[in-house]
Write a protein that binds this ligand. Structure first.
Ligand code: AMP
Ligand code: ZN
Length: 115
């Protein structure tokens, strides 16, 4: 179901522009508007799923999203140096857009632990 008040559903629908790097059957990937690393891509399901906590039985979709993240990292040339995949969930997780997304960050050495 598409949510007209959801930012990422609007990107899927094409009513808000995005720098798309992958447009598949079930997944869309586009560059983060506020990149935190030389490579910062978001992988999202085209279907509205609010968060990982609401992902229910969508295990195949989650697996597909992680494998697409890896494919994008390779294609963008950051796989050799290493990269990070992140899913922020809920308030304490720092989730600001309530449509499930996997961050793919790479192209520089990232610190740990997170803030
Ligand atoms: P999170 O804080 O984990 O919910 O991540 C949401 C991400 O969406 C942030 O990194 C934002 O910079 C990014 N973002 C917000 N609006 C847009 C947009 N219109 N296009 C691309 N990325 C966006
Ligand atoms: Zn949505």
């Amino acid at each position: 179901m598409s949510h007209s008040d959801c930012l990422f559903c609007r990107i899927v629908a094409g009513t808000i522009p995005a720098d798309v790097v992958h447009d598949g059957e079930r997944l869309l990937a586009f560059r983060d508007i506020n990149a935190q690393a030389p490579l910062h891509v978001l992988v999202i399901p085209k279907e509205h799923i609010a968060s990982l906590d609401a992902a229910g039985l969508a295990s195949d979709l989650l697996g597909e999203a992680l494998l697409l993240a890896a494919e994008i990292a390779r294609r963008e040339g950051v796989a050799e140096g290493g990269y990070r995949t992140v899913i922020n969930t809920g308030d304490h997780g720092g989730q600001t857009v309530h449509h499930l997304h996997v961050h793919v960050l790479g192209g520089r050495a990232l610190t740990w632990p997170p803030g």
